[in-house]
Ligand binder design. Structure first.
Ligand code: ATP
Length: 271
């Protein structure tokens, strides 16, 4: 497949193959020959069956796994996690249980030596963010004293305080009930509209992908690969949720996903 990168692309997977290796054996490729570009300041949603390599894609951007072949480029150059600020929101929120909400939020900035407690400008940024996320009263609590939705807000606050160049979100809202999940999608969108951070969002929810992603990549498994990529004009536009177009797009996307699964099942039966 011909691969093309635009000057406006922030993240580019260029024929990326990743294979995990254990002491005993080399496993099958977790992802094989993945090419995908994410333009600067946009959200790309990734949907696919369990085990197709969605988290591996995020880990490759964060430099946590190395390519067997191909590469990940950031802003056209080598993906160097030291050069770029990368916010990573893992599935379990990634909060440290022994640290308070405030300590958890500033952790990412502290690691980068970019936090000065008491400095007016830093404290104001933190206060503004906590107020926007409605967690200003929780600063001294510990994670186990928070609801799932509150923990999620703390995790979002940590990511956005960092003012990252790239945000990696691994099924960030999947553990939440449907109403809280929709609330959190709106909270994310409001923050994203301020910073326009280039985001890779792994999700299992078609509506979430449509609501947030300007680009939607559908993956298939065995080996993990990109099956289809859609441009989504509805992504990032809250007024579109509930529109007829949104409903029709979600139906079309579901059909596409069913088609990919059926093809995968056929390939399995034939091999
Ligand atoms: N550390 C590891 N060592 C060996 N194999 C791994 C490791 N991490 C993931 N894998 C394998 O790589 C493949 C892709 O895993 P990955 O976690 O990226 O999938 P995923 O699409 O994010 O899955 P899920 O939707 O279940 O979270 C799977 O077959 C998985 O078993």
């Amino acid at each position: 497949m011909k691969w093309h990168m635009n000057p406006t692309d922030m993240i580019a997977f260029d024929h990326l193959t990743v294979r995990y290796r254990s002491a005993e054996c080399a496993a099958a490729a977790a992802i094989a020959d993945v090419s995908l570009t994410v333009p600067q300041g946009t959200v790309c949603a990734i949907i696919g069956p369990s085990g197709c390599g969605k988290s591996t894609l995020l880990r490759a951007v964060a430099g946590l796994v190395q390519p067997e072949s191909g590469c990940v480029k950031i802003a056209g150059g080598k993906a160097d996690p030291k050069k770029y600020r990368i916010g990573f929101m893992p599935q379990n929120y990634g909060l440290l249980p022994w640290q308070t909400v405030r300590e958890n939020i500033v952790l990412g900035c502290r690691i980068r030596h970019d936090w000065h407690a008491g400095r007016e400008e830093d404290e104001a940024r933190l206060a503004r963010l906590m107020a926007a996320l409605h967690i200003e009263g929780l600063a001294t609590r510990y994670p186990h004293e928070l609801s799932g939705g509150q923990q999620q807000r703390v995790s979002l606050a940590r990511s956005f305080l960092l003012q990252p160049d790239i945000l990696l979100m691994d099924e960030p809202f999947s553990a939440l009930d449907a109403i809280t999940r929709e609330e959190m999608q709106d909270v994310f969108l409001a923050l994203w509209q301020e910073q326009h951070v280039t985001t890779l969002l792994v999700t299992h929810y078609v509506e979430e992908a449509l609501y947030l992603g300007q680009k939607i990549a559908l993956m298939a498994a065995d080996p993990g690969r990109i099956a289809r990529v859609f441009d989504n004009p509805l992504g990032g536009h809250p007024e579109q949720r509930g529109s007829r177009e949104f409903f029709e797009m979600s139906r079309a996307l579901r059909e596409e996903i069913r088609g990919i699964s059926a093809q995968h099942a056929g390939e399995g039966a034939a091999s």
